[in-house]
Write a protein that binds this ligand. Structure first.
Ligand code: SF4
Length: 244
């Protein structure tokens, strides 16, 4: 392993996991900066729309992880942006595995890497629905270049099936704002193999307590289908605040 390899990050921090099957678990987060998508509601624009980059070496990062691990935080969350865009995700996850950490990778599921190269205990896949596409006239997207690119890239059924086949620890996390998106999720699930109902999580779109509360109808949808409701603990606890 080349310990001098450079990683383009926006931040590292320690908190509790806010979303998904491991919500509430103390975790060390490492956030890559840069994304191949541009979700209209992206809550980490500093890693997508306006990427802020700090360069760190693998050695520095693993030293930080070792320190956190020695204080009892055994879970690492590799997130972004889109961490799967970066070759450095492979040595990073292998290094975290060598430390003994549990590794979650948070991805939109448009890029796959071989399980022999990537160490991952929970592949947290968040396929992007049509509600993610930037609106026409979005001032962040003059000329609509990203609107088109996002729409072309946001769903890749072949990659999603490869991820599901390659990583037995997985969850499918959907950001939902309207009832109409449930049919969209169901038709996507029909094309995917190897998932179980308990792997499907619905997460309310929104970064305020009011927006999240307005999506309580999603609880009934989950109960009817055997899916999970996905909390956003970090919003409940800290609001839409970076580094939480
Ligand atoms: S995939 Fe994630 S990081 Fe990228 S734009 Fe969408 S929400 Fe933001």
């Amino acid at each position: 392993m080349d310990h001098a390899v450079q990683l383009s990050l926006s931040e590292t921090f320690t908190s509790v996991q806010g979303e998904g099957k491991l919500a509430g678990v103390p975790s060390w987060f490492v956030r890559f900066s840069g994304c191949n998508l541009r979700c209209t509601w992206c809550d980490t624009p500093y890693a997508s729309w306006s990427p802020e980059v700090t360069t760190r070496t693998l050695d520095e990062l693993l030293a930080e992880a070792r320190d956190v691990f020695s204080r009892g935080v055994a879970h690492a969350v590799v997130t972004g942006g889109e961490p799967m865009m970066f070759d450095a995700v492979e040595p990073l996850t292998q290094g975290l595995r060598a430390l003994g950490m549990h590794i979650t990778i948070e991805t939109a599921g448009t890029i796959v890497r071989p399980p022999t190269a990537l160490a991952c205990d929970l592949m947290s896949i968040s396929p992007k629905l049509s509600n993610s596409t930037p609106r026409e006239g979005d001032p962040r997207d003059p000329g609509g270049v990203w609107r088109l690119r996002h729409e072309q890239r946001r769903l890749n059924v072949g990659v999603l099936n490869d991820l599901l086949a390659s990583f037995p620890g997985r969850q499918l996390k959907f950001v939902v704002s309207e009832m109409s998106q449930i049919a969209e999720i169901e038709s996507l699930l029909e094309t995917l193999r190897g998932w179980s109902r308990g792997d499907v999580l619905l997460m309310p779109e929104g970064v305020t307590a009011e927006a999240i509360a307005s999506r309580r109808w999603m609880v009934d949808v989950c109960v009817e289908r055997g899916w999970r409701y996905c909390p956003r603990l970090h919003i409940d606890l800290f609001g839409n605040k970076r580094g939480t």
